[in-house]
Design a protein. Structure first.
Length: 69
């Protein structure tokens, strides 16, 4: 199931690093982050259930990373 979230990230390079790290999570089928629109498309079985894990993973790279439902 794909779901789109509004996010906050400071730079395009950080967005790419976060995207790659999130893709490595077992529960995630795919992740795409668009820095220009500040949107993240998360493809997972239950995307809302793993948001905390996604956020924790992204914040290891970009401490200011935020997910807004």
């Amino acid at each position: 199931m794909k779901k789109v979230y509004s996010i906050e990230v400071d730079c395009a390079a950080c967005a790419l690093k976060c995207e790659n790290a999130i893709k490595k999570l077992d529960e995630v089928n795919d992740c795409q982050i668009n820095f220009m629109t500040l949107k993240m498309t998360l493809d997972a079985e239950n995307p809302d259930d793993i948001l905390k894990k996604v956020l924790k993973t992204a914040r290891k790279i970009e401490p200011d990373f935020e997910i807004n439902d």
